[in-house]
Design a protein around this ligand. Structure first.
Ligand code: COS
Length: 379
């Protein structure tokens, strides 16, 4: 067993760390307050190749491993969870399904600008009555002459507010449940698409979480992704990979909070000594470190499985559930170590505490992860 990263992976990790620490960390609070990742940051992310880390070079990507992409999300999320999920949702939920299921012409037309960071990607899957129960989607698709025509609503679309490219799921016949669903590539700047709102949120406030309505939206037939009726399979596949991305985001948040709590414990003095000299604080930090290390092993292992074409469904659900529960635990403990200072916005711990919670919820709640793990175990 070899736990060493390759020289390429070490290089991309170092590049992401340097960018995160020097350029992103100083403005992470501003991103949270302004509810926006500045355009210059998005430009720099694309110059660094972070929008297409594992996409092949022929489609505008950097052609590195999936694990390299995970390392980027982790490093970025240590300082800014909003930017972490911008990259993760874009890569896992939009680039990956086109790479895995797209035709050559779709890869050239849509994947290439996405991988270069010229367009930001998203997935339009969730609906008011179809969150955990994906097979229950109500957005309809009909064939009319040379087009598909879409009617319905989508909610909770991470990155939707950029109005670039998305993977949209709709059903030809709701009574068919899984078998009725198909996936389509949509250009969200087109007529027939109403951006209804960008939600106000507790955390990851630099990201867009958008709601859309479709009124007789015409999509050219060539934009069908995969085959008709293959949508549920495409949805599960993109979520399987996406969950490793969210696990990496959660891991990064936990590591960021841990590093700050460790430093603070060495500076903060009470009863005439640093609080790090109290066993109550040492044990907290030891528990935090243990869970972070276990999360890291799960996250890297599932990424390694994906890179090596092994089945990683169980591992990605385990990594997502465990790392996200670690993130909420570690940020809570970090706040306890910071005491009252952790609770005020001047310090970054309260933002990390708010950002961590969503990782237990999106891309499949942790209850759903346990369903996936147990179903696959018994299959
Ligand atoms: N990866 C690949 N295939 C999967 C899968 C996964 N994670 N989960 C289920 N499947 C397969 C099953 O193996 C089954 O295949 P067969 O028909 O060949 O047996 C098929 O999909 C249908 O599975 P099942 O009968 O279990 O479907 P259900 O409708 O009961 O629900 C869950 C399956 C709950 C696991 C699925 O709907 C799910 O993942 N929901 C969460 C969705 C989510 O994450 N939403 C958040 C979106 S944020 S963008």
């Amino acid at each position: 067993m070899n736990f060493e990263l390759t020289s390429e992976e070490k290089l991309v990790q170092e590049t992401a760390r340097e960018f995160a620490q020097k350029e992103l960390k100083p403005i992470a609070s501003e991103i949270d307050k302004n509810h926006k990742i500045p355009d210059e940051i998005i430009k720099k992310l694309s110059e660094l190749g972070f929008f297409g880390v594992y996409i092949p070079e022929e489609y505008g990507g950097a052609g590195l491993s999936f694990l390299s992409y995970i390392l980027v999300v982790e490093e970025i999320s240590k300082v800014c969870a909003s930017t972490g999920v911008l990259i993760s949702a874009h890569t896992s939920l939009a680039c990956n399904p086109i790479l895995a299921f797209g035709k050559e012409q779709q890869k050239k037309k849509y994947l290439t600008p996405l991988a270069k960071g010229e367009k930001i990607g998203c997935v339009l899957l969730t609906e008011p009555e179809a969150g955990s129960d994906v097979a229950n989607i109500s957005t309809t698709v009909e064939e009319k002459e040379d087009n598909y025509v879409i009617n319905g609503n989508k909610i909770f679309v991470t990155n939707g507010g950029y109005r670039d490219y998305g993977i949209l799921f709709a059903t030809f016949d709701k009574s068919l449940r899984h078998k009725g669903i198909s996936a389509f590539i949509v250009d969200l700047s087109k007529d027939g698409i109403e951006l209804q709102r960008n939600e106000e949120k507790m955390g990851i406030r630099g990201t867009y979480t958008s709601a859309f309505a479709f009124d007789n939206l015409k999509i050219p037939k060539e934009n069908l992704l995969g085959k008709q009726g293959e949508g549920f399979k495409i949805g599960m596949d993109l979520l399987d990979g996406g969950r490793i991305g969210i696990a990496a985001q959660a891991l990064g948040i936990a590591e960021g909070a841990f590093e700050r709590a460790l430093e603070y414990s060495k500076e903060r003095k009470q009863f005439g000594r640093t609080i790090s000299s109290f066993q109550a604080i040492q044990f907290k930090l030891a528990d935090m470190a243990m869970r972070i290390e276990a999360s890291k092993l799960l996250v890297y292992e599932s990424a390694w499985f994906k890179d090596n074409n092994k089945n990683f469904i169980i591992e990605s659900s385990m990594a997502k559930a465990y790392a996200s529960e670690t993130a909420t635990y570690v940020t809570k403990e970090a706040m306890q170590i910071f005491g009252g200072y952790g609770y005020i916005t001047e310090y970054e711990i309260e933002r990390m505490y708010r950002d961590a919670k969503i990782t237990e919820i999106y891309e499949g709640t942790n209850e759903i992860q346990r369903i996936v793990i147990s179903k696959m175990m018994f299959k």
